[in-house]
Design a protein around this ligand. Structure first.
Ligand SMILES: Cc1cc2nc3c(=O)[nH]c(=O)nc-3n(C[C@H](O)[C@H](O)[C@H](O)COP(=O)(O)O)c2cc1C
Length: 365
């Protein structure tokens, strides 16, 4: 059967993300956020409770497997592995953009496989802004949610990728209006999600006004979509596109800075993602205002090595988070949200220049 252009592109993205160097050269800036070691935690490691509430669901740990795959045979297998692990660990799972399945309904099974493997955890459907602009936006949103029995819809904001991609659709006029229309009519909550360039305070505020229930900041510091498109352009022999991809490789608001921006501009639940490396990055993110820490490529690489390797990676993440909570004397996620954090270097400078008081984090007791 002939493959659609979207299907071929999805295959390329997955292949490049698995084989090539697609990381930012810059870090996520969470190195400049310091939790304060407590030599006397006054609790036992085994007492720590990682459980959390998220969008009305009880989850066993504040960790999200970020939206990545679907739309190809290989993606279907990966979705099954990711979903089985999410179900086992009681954590939410995002699916990749379902655009391919809207264009070719036979591809819907590459997404549905996740719900079959994970009947009880929150699953997030996914679609991009260019696909929902226009009168049929709410209908499209409803159909991707129904396709997988989703508990929320992620609308991804990927302006950089659309601008760099040879066949991209950099059409974002009236994007906010389209998001608002969906947030108003959809039966499940809407999560607005960047894909590696971060969300500023101004955009976070606008999204809150538009009625989204949550923001995934998707900051800079991990997977660079400019890098992915740069590799793709190289494979296609498109030298001009390759050059542009190189120029924007490190574009975006670093994850630590985006988290400060968004958490100081809205009261919405936030997901911290974009280059999170370990459970310690999740702990820092929560202390800076996030509800969850999200991981994409790191878990994809593990899943590509099989179910056992992915589960091992998740066990390590949970242990790291638990130990960070122990060493800061935080019994549960609520206490971690109030733990003191000292900002240094670039993050401190960013906070000051953007009117955010760093002492509101460092002087907590
Ligand atoms: C192979 C791959 C495919 C992705 N596809 C999507 C997608 O379809 N929709 C989306 O919202 N984000 C997508 N993302 C972006 C991730 O959800 C995440 O925002 C980004 O990769 C940053 O996280 P990381 O640094 O942990 O990889 C994808 C990421 C990867 C690695």
């Amino acid at each position: 059967m002939a493959r659609s252009r979207t299907e071929i592109r999805k295959f390329d993205h997955l292949d490049i993300a698995l084989k090539e160097d697609v990381g930012f050269h810059l870090s996520n800036w969470l190195d400049d956020a310091h939790l304060i070691h407590r030599a006397l935690p006054e609790l036992d490691l085994e007492e720590i409770d990682l459980g959390a509430e998220f969008l009305g669901h009880r989850i066993r740990a504040p960790i999200l497997i970020e939206s990545m795959t679907g739309g190809t045979g290989r993606a279907s297998k990966l979705n099954e592995i990711l979903a089985k692990a999410a179900e086992k660990f009681g954590i939410p799972l995002g699916l990749g953009s379902q655009r391919a399945a809207l264009e070719s309904p036979r591809l819907a099974r590459t997404f549905k496989v996740a719900r079959e493997a994970a009947p009880s955890i929150p699953i997030f459907a996914n679609i991009g802004v260019p696909q929902i602009i226009g009168e049929d936006g709410p209908e499209i949103a409803g159909s991707v949610v129904d396709m997988v029995g989703a508990d929320a819809l992620c609308i991804h904001l990927n302006a950089l990728q659309e601008a760099i991609q040879p066949e991209g659709e950099p059409r974002f006029s009236r994007g906010l209006e389209a998001i608002a229309a969906i947030a108003k009519s959809l039966r499940v909550p809407v999560i607005a999600k960047e894909t590696g360039c971060g969300i500023s305070g101004e955009v976070a505020k606008a999204l809150e006004r538009a009625g989204v229930a949550c923001i995934d900041i998707g900051g800079a510091g991990g997977t660079s979509w400019s890098a992915v498109e740069c590799h793709r352009a190289k494979r296609m022999g498109l030298r001009k596109r390759e050059r542009i991809g190189l120029a924007f490789w490190d574009w975006g608001i670093p994850t630590g800075a985006s988290l400060l921006e968004a958490s100081n501009s809205t009261g919405l639940p936030l997901i911290s993602s974009g280059g999170l490396r370990d459970g310690l990055d999740v702990a820092k993110s929560i202390a800076l205002g996030a509800s969850l820490g999200g991981f994409a490529r790191k878990l994809l690489l593990a899943a590509n090595m099989g179910q056992r390797r992915l589960e091992e990676a998740l066990e390590i993440l949970l242990d790291e988070l638990r130990i960070a909570m122990f060493l800061t004397g935080c019994r549960d996620v609520g206490e971690l949200r109030r733990a003191p954090v000292v900002l240094s270097g670039r993050l401190l400078e960013w906070a000051r220049l953007r009117g955010i008081d760093p002492q509101k984090y460092s002087m907590r007791r």
